[in-house]
Design a protein around this ligand. Sequence first.
Ligand code: ZN
Length: 489
Amino acid sequence: MSQKLHVYNTINRKKEEFIALNPPFVGIYVCGPTVYGDPHLGHARPAITFDVLFRYLVFLGNKVRYVRNITDVGHLENDADEGDDKIAKKARLEKIEPMEVVQYYTDRYHTFMDMLNVKKPSIEPRASGHIIEQLQLIEEIEKNGFAYEKNGSVYFDVEAYSKKYHYGKLSGRVLEDLYSNTRDLDGQSEKKNSFDFALWKKALPEHIMRWPSRFGDGFPGWHLECSAMSTKYLGEEFDIHGGGMDLLFPHHECEIAQSVAASGKETVRYWMHNNMITINGQKMGKSLGNFITLEELFSGSHAVLTKAYSPMTVRFFILQAHYRSTLDFSNEALTAAEKGFERMMEAYNNIDKIKSSDNSTVNIQDIRNKCLDALNDDLNTPIVIANLFEAVKNINSAIAGSETFNAENIAECKKLFDDFVFNIMGLVAETSSSGNEILSTVVDLLLNERIEAKKRKDFAASDRIRNELTALGIEIKDTKEGFEWKLKN
Ligand code: ZN
């Protein structure tokens, strides 16, 4: 329990109080997508995790600059700097320009992030738009003796770096193990050591994405863009760097090495990593046939799905687990999340129906404090949700007459939902709910017509409205005030 935000700092392997370097300004950098394929489940979790962090820091009164990049060049097919650039490969297969691939999938990514109600970052820089900054960074690293050139490519000298600094600080990898695990089998590599990584790769004649440099035509290594762009927009030292756990090594480890090699500075104060999503207990992968795009998920068009799940069901489901736990997708778990979210929205819509009483049997302020404590404890959204269900229980009991709210409780309860459900967790009432609102308005309208008909003694019309609504599955009860109705289950 704490009044202050604490986050788990991956590099120190413990929860630490969050203290902004330059309050109220907070800088966050999160590794965004490599835009060569349709956005999938794996994209949803980091986007939502850091969206909640972004929203909560703003809620706490900070001025947040949230930078999330688009990788549009330099991400090769494998970590050993071999193989094709993922985007160039897609462009070749589809016979289109690489920047068409980038534009198409960037637009797709934005569309699906909007559906998930993920806020746009403050800045969304692209790697290809920052070649000059990346070349400048290479100059610094080389000047300090931590890079070497070979046949038009430039590599980071991990061994030289390790003599002065700690390589492996973030991931816990030990250089001695890397020597034995990554032995160069074919002897073809131009690197001094196989664990050295590319800062700049020479472009072969057929390579389309290429830029001139003093090393010759080439393109930047994948890790370099994040070091260059985070420094450019957030400074040599900034607050939070986030991303998926899969990026911890080599990507983030290499980012640290590059920044330290260039400026001698640690750069990032807090490293935060979200855990991975599994599907029915298995790792998600194209070869396993369980690779689900967000479009397939929202439309239900994938063999492992028994139905479609709405964006808010998915968002709610992701927030029901702590971001550092693994999260397993299954139809059962998603259906449960869908029901849970519906119950929460129903309760919210019922707050207005609570009749305030002079005495109060509920303590909404206590629920609010528990929600804040949970967020301050490393963004523990499952505990926030559990506490919000306490409020749901109170609302339902008040409607049933077994609890009483005073006027202040009602206002506190609305604010509780507004702040935690909508503002911080970024959930929104969905089309199905607005569909319900339309239904509600239409049924109310017809039942008011029925009252008018009765007043006119037009019992034929009054009965017809009643019978037709009953046939549609609507249960009507006449009351002193007029009527009540509900959908038959
Ligand atoms: Zn990155």
